[in-house]
Design a protein around this ligand. Structure first.
Ligand code: AMP
Length: 431
């Protein structure tokens, strides 16, 4: 049997309810914060990610799915979405329509990381990006938005970590000092960090290797080096979060893996997962649009890992997508023929319907109705057809009602509405 590619996964029907809920909640929430959806290709020129993410990052160094395209061009399955959104913002000249664009996109990303629980090679993200606004209030607003997204999904036990990475005016001095500091503890650094120490010492700060953690203990922190403008910016973010009563932790070690971040960086972690505990991360990347050939433009955004949110929702049990309201169990040829008609009519009246045309026994049909989780079963045999009615059985209370054939759709709709409005009332016999 041909198996899945390692690190990839199937999303099965008993999980899809969670996926749908997350995507719908996101779409509603982001629309109310003024965001529009954008859909982009999953394949881009490799150069886009090399330039935007940076050469000395794990993603570009070892995690990209890259292969030759046409005419000596290398192509890559996108490992993240910010670079693609920025590319579209520039290429489609969205900035010329209005420099301020609030965009979000939902879709798969690909990284050749070592697979483990909560870490996949194809995983899904919600990405929100704001272009054209320098104000720190928008950084805080993104965190507020994330906080409400998790609240709406009833995901709690979260901690918000924030930091400021400074800007091209103040970061170089910090980088130099950090690099010098790390060179005195060089023997503690892992092989990757030995290489990064000189060119990209900030990356050493978020290395998870324990000896690197020892090496950075007591290392200088960026917040002591922020220029006045960056310090003011960071203070405003914190004030805005206080105003919205969002608790946060200032995490001096938080640097984010991508090179293009500046000023605000944030990450949201949960205690409801194992080691892969980050559910969202983001920050400001004021230099990226210009670096990719667009106008000089401030920007800030975040990415949420949907797979990890789904894992949390599934801890509460299966979340199936579509459970039929009604299951039609016809007995005999004439009933099967009529059940085709009824099932089309019910489905077209927006009632979730499953009909079984197999001609199996009532016992087998009832077993299947139970298995698919239908609330009501419509039973029709020769006797019922002769009487011009069918039997509707409430699967929870086991009560049965006779419903005239010409009123099937109306009566079933009434039963379902009653059940939705008052689950207890549905246990009373319908007239
Ligand atoms: P990043 O783009 O690395 O900042 O990641 C943003 C979010 O995407 C993280 O907080 C995770 O929730 C999620 N994520 C990143 N990489 C993976 C992965 N390999 N598998 C599952 N989720 C991931």
């Amino acid at each position: 049997m041909i198996q899945l590619v390692r690190g990839f996964k199937d999303i099965l029907p008993d999980e899809i309810g969670a996926w749908n809920r997350i995507e719908k909640t996101t779409a509603d929430l982001l629309a109310s914060f003024g965001f529009s959806e954008i859909r982009l290709p999953i394949l881009e020129k490799t150069e886009l990610f090399r330039r935007s993410i940076g050469e000395m990052t794990d993603i570009v160094e070892k995690e990209m799915y890259t292969f030759p395209g046409s005419r000596d061009e290398m192509l890559t399955l996108r490992p993240e979405a910010t670079a693609s959104v920025a590319r579209a913002y520039i290429q489609q000249r969205l900035y010329a329509v209005d420099p301020i664009q609030k965009l979000y996109t939902i879709g798969p990303m690909f990284r050749k990381e070592r697979p483990q629980k909560g870490r996949y090679r194809q995983f899904y993200q919600i990405n929100a990006e704001v272009f054209g606004i320098e104000s720190p209030l928008v950084d805080a607003q993104l965190i507020v938005m994330l906080w409400s997204l998790f609240k709406r999904l009833e995901i709690f036990n979260l901690s918000v970590h924030i930091n400021s990475l400074g800007c091209p005016a103040c970061r170089p001095e910090f980088k130099n000092l950090l690099s010098g500091n790390l060179s005195s503890r060089g023997e503690l650094l892992c092989a990757d960090c030995q290489r990064r120490r000189e060119k990209n010492p900030l990356r050493v700060l978020d290395c998870k290797v324990p000896s690197c953690q020892d090496a950075i203990a007591g290392a200088p922190v960026m917040s002591d080096f922020l220029c006045q403008a960056c310090a003011r910016h960071f203070d405003s973010v914190k004030r805005a979060l206080n105003q919205q009563e969002i608790p946060y932790i200032i995490n001096h070690r938080l640097v984010r893996g991508l090179d293009y971040y500046c000023r605000t960086a944030f990450e949201i972690q949960t205690t409801q997962l194992g080691t892969q505990n980050a559910v969202a991360g983001g920050g400001r990347y004021d230099g990226l649009v210009e670096a990719l050939g667009g106008p000089s433009m401030p920007a800030v955004g975040f990415a949420v890992g949907i797979d990890r949110l789904v894992d949390i929702l599934l801890q509460r049990g299966p979340q199936p997508g579509s459970v039929p309201d009604v299951f039609i169990a016809p007995l005999g040829d004439e009933a099967i023929r009529r059940s085709f008609e009824w099932s089309c009519a019910l489905s077209l009246a927006d009632i979730k319907t499953e009909a079984d045309f197999s001609g199996k026994s009532l016992k087998a049909l009832m077993k299947r109705a139970d298995r698919v989780g239908a609330d009501f079963v419509l039973i029709a045999g020769d006797q019922e057809l002769q009487n011009g009615s069918v039997v509707v059985r409430n699967m929870k209370t086991k009560e049965q009602t006779s419903v005239p054939i010409d009123k099937i759709a109306r009566q079933i709709k009434e039963l379902i509405t009653k059940k939705i409005r008052n689950p207890e009332a549905s246990s009373q016999k319908s007239e």
